[in-house]
Design a protein around this ligand. Structure first.
Ligand code: E4P
Length: 288
């Protein structure tokens, strides 16, 4: 059961409904799930198909993604399920928006994932105007999170998530958890319309520190959530000491949340690299 002192919502980061069932069984609850193209490629059915040298047609892969998220949605009808649009460096806002509309019609509890790029933010702003809910992904800086805030002003709380990626910053020696702490601090005095979703969580320490920092949401792989359940669902207090080791500090920046969107510098090489990786994993599923 949900610990009484847990304020963060717990999401599973995965693309396999069987795993969702196992995690719900172990935790006794689950607040949502995030998917992405890489996780869909790792779905056992998709992976088996690839292993046999078989691929999907463009229509088949969308049908497959729809079936997967529909099944997951049925397991957590009161939660949220994130579905990621296709985005490489050339994908227009219009194309992302069209795909988002389609995804949003699949299930009643979707958040559509767009990258924090110029096109992604434009698509998200237009999606919000059409009544869609969004999860802005591949966020690697506090300034990108501020831009998400600016692009979605006026949104209802619950309709916008921003997903800073912890593990991919750690991968290059930077302390990704500093970004979570920085965005949480920056949003503390805001109107609260953007919820902080701690993503690319790879270790129990990432997970526990996300809880201690009071992230609105944390998404974590199934193996990590199963371990958390086996450990008795501990929820650390604000005094939790995160073992950053040799990771380089990411300094907090005083940023205004009131500027026009165009004034934020949203460039980050890991956002570009992340889009390349997600689009390559998606394209590898499709026969041309
Ligand atoms: C979730 O929304 C993200 O896509 C996911 O957490 C990324 O994790 P990774 O950096 O381990 O691929």
């Amino acid at each position: 059961m949900r610990p009484h002192n847990l304020t963060t919502r717990i999401f599973l980061d995965g693309g396999d409904p069987a795993q969702t069932r196992r995690v719900i069984g172990a935790l006794g609850f689950l607040d949502g799930q995030t998917t992405n193209p890489t996780l869909i490629a790792k779905n056992p059915e998709a992976a088996a198909r690839l292993a046999k040298g078989l691929r999907f047609t463009p229509d088949e892969i969308l049908d497959f993604y729809r079936e997967v998220v529909t099944e997951i949605s049925g397991l957590i009808p009161d939660g949220s399920v994130s579905i990621e649009v296709y985005a490489d460096k050339n994908t227009s806002a219009g194309r992302m928006l069209a795909e988002a509309g389609r995804f949003f019609s699949w299930i009643a509890n979707a958040h559509v994932k767009f990258p924090v790029t110029k096109a992604g933010l434009e698509a998200a702003g237009r999606a919000m105007a059409e009544g869609l809910r969004v999860n802005m992904t591949l966020c690697f800086t506090q300034e990108q999170a501020a831009a998400v805030y600016a692009a979605t002003r006026g949104a209802r709380r619950g309709d916008v998530f921003v997903s800073p990626f912890v593990g991919r910053l750690d991968d290059r020696g930077e302390n990704g958890m500093d970004l979570i702490a920085g965005v949480a601090r920056m949003f503390a005095g805001s109107d609260g319309h953007v919820e902080l979703l701690s993503a690319s969580v790879r270790t129990m320490e990432h997970f526990l520190y996300s809880l201690a920092l009071g992230a609105d949401i944390v998404t974590a792989p199934g193996s990590l959530l199963m371990q958390w359940a086996a450990d008795g669902l501990p929820v650390p207090g604000a005094d939790y000491a995160y073992p950053a080791g040799a990771l380089r500090k990411i300094a907090y920046r005083e940023l205004s949340l009131d500027k026009p969107l165009e004034e934020y510098d949203i460039a980050h090489e890991l956002t570009v690299a992340g889009m390349e990786r997600f689009s390559a994993d998606w394209n590898a599923l499709i026969k041309r």
